[in-house]
Design a protein around this ligand. Sequence first.
Ligand code: ADP
Ligand code: ZN
Length: 818
Amino acid sequence: MKFVDVILPLPLGNTFTYGVPDEWSNLVQIGMRVIVPFGKKKMYTGIICLIHSNPPKHYKAKEIIYLLDEKPILRFPQLKFWEWISTYYQAYIGDVFKAAVPSGLKIESETQVRLNPDFDKELVLSEKEYSIVDTLADGKIKRVQELNQIVDQRNTMPILKILLEKGIVEISEELTEKYRPKVETFVRLTENAASEERLKEIFAAMNRAKKQLELLMKYLDYSKILSRNTTIEISKKELLEKSGATDSVLKGLVDKGVLEFYKKEVGRLDLSELRTEKPYPLADFQQKGLNEIKSQFLQNQVVLLHGITSSGKTEIYVHLIRQALEDKKQVLYLVPEIALTTQLTSRLKRIFGNKLGIYHSKFSDAERVEIWDNLLNNKGYEVIIGVRSSIFLPFRQLGLIIIDEEHESSYKQFDPSPRYHARNAGIVLASMHGAKTLLGTATPAIESYYNAKTGKYGLVELTTRFREMELPEIIVADTKDAYKRKQMEGHFTPILKEKIEKALSNHEQIILFQNRRGYAPYLECTSCAYVPKCVNCDVSLTVHKYLNKLTCHYCGYTDKIPEICPACNTPNLVNRGFGTEQIEQEVVEFFPQARAIRMDLDTTRSKKSYEKIIGDFESGDIDILIGTQMVTKGLDFERVSLVGILNADNMLHFPDFRAHERAFHLMAQVSGRAGRKNKRGTVILQTSNPKHPIIEQVLNNDYTAMYNMQRDERKQFRYPPYYRLIKITLRHRDFKVLDKAAAEMAKNMFKVFGERVLGPNIPMVSRIQNLYIKNILLKLELNASPDQAKNIIQTISNNILTTAGYKSVRISLDVDPL
Ligand code: ADP
Ligand code: ZN
């Protein structure tokens, strides 16, 4: 008998061996999906990763229930890449599978529930139980997931369990395929009508049915059936819309046997914009940069393109992509988050037309499946622009990976595992394909610049802006001084206010950046210093005035804004700090003539809202754009003459070794948005600390000074790029248990690694969703073997987890944490 080893979408490090029944034994291939039983009653979709003839030694293998595919859904080197991610980032292979493949391709045994028609109607039910019974009263089967939505409960399982015990509901486990392709109705001539002669007869016979005749003529016209050999397919919807005919006229033609309907699968992705444009010719300095990149690629697998804002990096990418396509290779263009892609994708769409596929974070699962399918079956996409998870797509043959804004921290996946960095993983993926990687940014990550400077990567620098536009003038506004002189109005210094007024009167646009959302980061009682906190997490609640609520940015908990202090009953609660919402309110108050809009996580939750805000700003319907770091990203607006940074201080005073680097990135990037086309822009940078070295480096646009200073500090304090970090996080409900387990873990690590172990530390946010948190940090020399260290940590961690009392502690590893 044949056996297959299967990866299951569960947090498990092993693969599992199953027998292959005869009917599939000649069909199974690595990378195909199978449905297998697992545990007592569950069924999962697994991926075949090995085929062999060795039965397991210690147990009898179960058999696969079903072979789902006729050909593999993975391509070389995807499995190899999964294994790399799993080993390097210390993630279970099952978790990698889960992250890599859209859920639509992982059929689940979803529990289905229905009412037992014979249940005892006399039973007394709780309110929650009743609400479920009520929902099921129509007798239909519902999935647990649907029930959760209808009943508005996060988890109805515990209630269902009770109802099940009481014999009120029945549960059936059934396999359902989640993804169904979208099907549309199309119209065509029946076989009977499909000849010129027959059509003539039909026309003659239809003399009196004028409307039907008209519609038929129009159909023939649109479908070009008479003028060409191939027919253009036309959907029912399109035919009715274009012709203006009614449903019943069309039905008349169908009843007469002239036209017929047929169903067809259609793509959900918008391929309507197929017109293609030529890329712009490159300016001399850009052409020089492009040539340098190409020649560096001869020796280096990775090249860093360090080009100041507005140097036209995108145009250089476009030329490289065209080259790769000519070589019949595919291209992956990674962007940090969807926020960046609106302007970029429409530009690329105009150039690459339907060769361009977009894979972004707000796509539905069905849309993700479609992209997967398109790539797998070579249906046309040769360039994919996408967020970090697009490194998992089934590419045929990558020639180039572009990683735009490579310094962005959103390339790193935090939770859940696998905690990969898409830039670093992308470089590995590229090498598996024999492809090149181009990192691009105006403000390289310290690590990347270090790699370039030490010869690990190639380096190309662009110091000219397109059309030789000057960099903006940056003016530092001292808020401490302005407060002392009582010149502040709200959170605006006099100079910021004056510049805004001037820009408005010149009909220029303004971007205001504040790195906090909400109205105020927290409330504080001026009598007793009470600060309202989240009940689940160790963080203060953020004031959202518009919602009239306090909310937790970690778990989503919300509460009313109290009118009096719950601790001392005085009405002395005041807002501390400020977020974008408060700035918006002040803008409305101070500049009533201006049209302002806010862009942050709260105003861009839906798929199109971001695009709408950008669109309105681009078309000039908005004067002032207020936002969080979302507004600092690669946006390109022609009429922005002024950028205001409301408060640099909270970026600088953050207890993290990367805080200063990040503050520089953010301020340099947002400054780059000012004055991009016609005239030199202005940036007002408000801070109480004008002499801070980072402020001076931003002011002088001096990346090198920032780099040198950070590099020296990193070296001195033993941080990347000189050392490799591994963060071990322990979580538990009970602080005492956590405390002891963490101390034990650190002690055991210290025995092996000595001074390289830091902690356990209590992180800034020390409790999230009712779990207390402690961290241990390991700093490894670059020449030490990371694999060996990881194995030792896993052994120590397993020992903790098998110690009585510590079994429910959760331990996770983060390799190269950010
Ligand atoms: P960066 O990504 O380096 O900040 P962009 O690629 O966004 O810069 O380019 C800045 C602006 O200059 C964009 O509006 C872009 O269309 C324009 N631009 C850059 N290079 C060219 C070129 N060679 N021809 C025409 N327009 C260009
Ligand atoms: Zn919370």
